[in-house]
Design a protein around this ligand. Sequence first.
Ligand code: 5GP
Ligand code: ZN
Length: 111
Amino acid sequence: MSDSDCLFCKIIAGEIPSEKVYEDDTTYAFKDINPKARVHVLIVPRAHYANVAELATGDAGQLAHMVEVAQRIADDEFHGAYRLIFNTGLDAGQSVFHVHAHVLTGEKLDE
Ligand code: 5GP
Ligand code: ZN
């Protein structure tokens, strides 16, 4: 399932360029265009789900896999330390309605 108007579906399809960090059959990870930490990566499932709650209900294994990918990136970048954020809903700052995990790592983060 994909959404022809979805920015992240277009990035996953290669229709919009991105800086790839990781990919496999189900999952794609790329650098955020406006980084909030030295390393700021977005992890997305290839399948289109609007937000993390829909993903948790529809494919909990995919959600767990995204956490594994985040861990792998942080193991490579910053001895396994990272912050994982899912903005959910407009009023929480979600601007792209294709579920994505923000991975912030690569430096000591502010509390
Ligand atoms: P949200 O606000 O939905 O939680 O996060 C969306 C994220 O996508 C933002 O951090 C924003 O910087 C990033 N973003 C928006 N458009 C693009 C783009 O075209 N390419 C990349 N790499 N990141 C984008
Ligand atoms: Zn999408």
